[in-house]
Design a protein around this ligand. Structure first.
Ligand SMILES: [Zn+2]
Length: 224
């Protein structure tokens, strides 16, 4: 049995289980919940906990080099960092990012982040206009953001915001996020009608939507 790494009691009514990004199991419970009751609950959810923890550990192993900044993810591909006598960061031939060697290691992440934002602005803006034109969507503004917990958003004023980290995802997943936000121009919710519209605009969106789940860890990167 997998036992919780942490039990947090608070003023709440139900017991819930969350799996953290590092695979830790955290249980939230009402103040008065008995230990037996919590254990029973955790026991009844073992299958679910096990599969979530496994998925988490698998992602952490698969993307270890990305998480520790040894490599960089662009369009879903891993690029290694090649230090060179150059002034600016550039995508090289093959899966390499040419990086100015004169930039001190402790400033590398900051510079990569700026580079990512520029690349995202250029590439994602071009892509969303292309898709919007094809699908007949019109929006008022497009912005690249560094939002904490989300890939994108669309406001009732028809302003679309996209997290710059979207550029790290595979093209099919990028398109899904852009289509998803564009569809919010017509449906400001996640109703059946919304998902039907997404399906009409992007028939195989479910594959991309599932694929996106493993990339949640990216939202925590480049925050130093
Ligand atoms: Zn949405």
């Amino acid at each position: 049995m997998i036992v919780p790494d942490e039990v947090i009691r608070s003023n709440r009514r139900t017991i819930s289980i969350s799996i953290m990004k590092d695979g830790a199991v955290v249980v939230k419970a009402p103040i008065k919940a008995k230990d037996d009751q919590i254990n029973q609950f955790v026991l009844s959810k073992q299958g679910w906990i096990q599969s979530k923890v496994n998925a988490c550990l698998l992602t952490n192993a698969r993307f270890k080099d990305i998480i520790n900044y040894d490599k960089v993810l662009v369009y879903g591909n891993k690029y290694s960092i090649l230090l060179a006598d150059t002034k600016k960061i550039e995508l090289g031939d093959g899966l390499q990012i040419i990086f100015p060697k004169k930039i001190a290691p402790e400033h590398r992440i900051k510079h990569l982040k700026t580079w990512f934002k520029k690349l995202a602005k250029r590439a994602l803006e071009a892509r969303i206009y292309q898709i919007a034109e094809k699908l007949n969507f019109v929006f008022n503004s497009f912005k690249i953001t560094d939002s904490k917990g989300r890939w994108g958003s669309c406001s009732s004023r028809k302003q679309i915001n996209i997290n710059y980290r979207v550029i790290m995802l595979p093209p099919a997943v990028i398109d899904y996020i852009l289509v998803h936000e564009l569809c919010h121009l017509a449906e400001m919710n996640h109703s059946k009608r919304f998902w039907r519209l997404v399906g009409q605009c992007y028939p195989s969106f479910n594959v991309a939507k599932t694929n996106l789940k493993q990339y949640g860890f990216l939202l925590d990167l480049y925050r130093k």
